[in-house]
Design a binder for this molecule. Structure first.
Ligand code: GLY
Length: 309
């Protein structure tokens, strides 16, 4: 099958490297990790890695995951603080531990143990915007008691500066016709500390099965968690639906959601024939994604389909 790479707009810093690696015969996991590391290190990407927004306490907590579509081995980290490349820590979880996911202090302990690169991920611009929110939103009494305050109430008023909860997602079909997926994010700006989005939840934020295809989501992770969106798309393909119909079916599942946080979600999917589909629900504007197919000189930006929920 023809090799293919799909990544979202946030994947811009890494898409060229990942495409060149796939063209040269690298495996999907290597191409994904290399691509995502470039995104994580790029401070112009405000929803992933070092450029990511902090939580309510002004601390950057990062989530990432990978899945190998041959073995369904996966590795995920959630709410990881102080490390530059959560995707590499996630890969090490997959390759070195008998576990699939680590969070918080355990994830940081493991990152330290494997000598992962440390970083102060709160860049000055993120700190400035967070501090401005803090001064404008947190009352003087609460500021005196900070951080021993009621974050539940603050979380309801928190305004995501990007309204994005974005992520970077990479889906690959490689030279060996193997299908892999990887994702990385800082999650929702001003999120409750410890909040995990869909990205580290295998089946929600990403899923891959070399026999059928792969899927990954960006946007409102709470929606993808509730509908198990990435796993659903791949399972619908297994049950005989085409790629296009599988994505439609997953969107139909999203239409059943009631209450909770319902905003934008983008569904990215590829299949084992090298086809792909990218659809945004509840879009604000016109999202785009990157597509590279075997034989292409370079990746090209494509508009996502936009569907109303
Ligand atoms: N999709 C990323 C998040 O919700 O954290």
């Amino acid at each position: 099958m023809a090799r293919i790479l799909v990544t979202n707009g946030e994947g811009t810093p890494g898409v060229g490297t990942a495409a060149r690696m796939l063209a040269a015969g690298s495996g999907g996991l290597d191409a994904i990790e290399a691509g995502i590391r470039l995104v994580e290190a790029d401070t112009t990407i405000r929803s992933v890695g070092r450029g990511g927004w902090p939580n309510l306490l002004g601390e950057v907590e990062l989530d990432a995951a990978m899945i190998d579509g041959n073995s369904f081995r996966s590795g995920a980290v959630g709410a990881l603080k102080g490390y530059l490349h959560p995707i590499s820590v996630a890969r090490a979880v997959m390759e070195r531990l008998p576990h699939e996911m680590l969070v918080g202090e355990g994830a940081a302990r493991f990152a330290n143990e494997i000598e992962a690169e440390t970083a102060d991920n709160l860049i000055p611009d993120s700190e400035r915007v967070w501090r401005q929110w803090f001064e404008e939103t947190v009352s003087p009494t609460e500021r005196e008691r900070w951080p021993e305050v009621d974050l539940t109430a603050l979380c309801q008023q928190a305004i995501d500066p990007e309204k994005g909860m974005d992520t970077t997602v990479f889906l690959t079909l490689d030279a060996k016709s193997e299908i892999m997926a990887g994702v990385s994010t800082s999650g929702w700006a001003w999120k409750y500390p410890g909040r995990l989005g869909d990205s580290p939840i295998i089946g929600a934020g990403c899923y891959a099965d070399t026999r059928y295809g792969a899927a990954a989501c960006t946007g409102t992770g709470e929606m993808a968690i509730r509908a198990g969106t990435s796993r659903a798309i791949v399972l619908y393909m297994k049950m005989g639906l085409s790629l296009a119909a599988a994505v439609d079916e997953a969107i139909d599942d999203l239409r059943r959601l009631r209450g909770g946080l319902i905003q934008r979600l983008t569904l990215h999917a590829i299949d084992c024939d090298g086809d792909h589909r990218v659809v945004t629900v509840n879009a604000e504007g016109q999202p785009s994604y990157w597509l590279w197919r075997e034989g292409d000189e370079a990746p090209r930006a494509e508009p996502a389909e936009v569907v109303a929920l």
